[in-house]
Design a protein around this ligand. Structure first.
Ligand code: NI
Length: 176
């Protein structure tokens, strides 16, 4: 297994839509294992393939992230292939202080659907469907957005986004 390099905004592959997976082969399974390892290495609760430069519709997330009872440090992840949100609640809530491994030094409140229904293939190619709410719902919306080239900063007010971009520009200039 290997730790992959997580790309940072405004890297191109983060902003592009990803293509569906048509075959779950050994190479893809190895890549997914690397994604899981990378996510835990960087203390994330979710990671999407375009964040490591692969524009395929694959996400991984911490299997225990949404379980408040679970306190043990067990690194287990779940992979979803070609995930889609097939239903979302009209009611929304504020996901507080949301962040992303690809968006450095910035967090923001984001308005999210309270509940979503996700359809996806698991790593064995079996189709599954499940409802998510709370943190799991946020992870699903955030990670599946990545597969469409959408970041959480696209879901905040334009004023806040402009502030972030200005800050980033300044930082990049300083690094030159
Ligand atoms: Ni993210």
């Amino acid at each position: 297994m290997a730790i992959l390099n997580i790309l940072k905004y405004p890297e191109k592959s983060l902003l592009e839509p990803s293509a569906p997976v048509d075959e779950i082969d050994e190479e893809l399974k190895r890549f997914i294992a690397d994604m899981g390892e990378t996510m835990f290495h960087d203390s994330g609760v979710g990671l999407a393939a375009p964040q490591v430069g692969v524009n395929k519709r694959v996400i991984v997330y911490d299997s225990h992230a949404a379980d408040p009872e679970f306190e043990e440090e067990v690194n287990e992840f779940t992979a979803l292939i070609n995930p889609e949100i097939i239903k979302k609640s009209d009611d929304t809530f504020i996901s507080e202080n949301e962040g992303c491994l690809s968006v450095v030094d910035f967090r923001s409140d984001v308005k999210r659907h309270t509940r979503v229904t996700v359809r996806a293939l698991n790593i064995d190619g079996k189709q599954m469907e499940f409802d998510a709410e709370g943190l799991l719902s946020v992870i699903m919306q955030h990670e599946i957005d990545h597969l469409d080239g959408v970041l959480f900063i696209d879901r905040i007010s334009s004023l806040k986004r402009a502030m972030y971009k200005k800050k980033l520009k300044k930082k990049m200039k300083q690094a030159e």
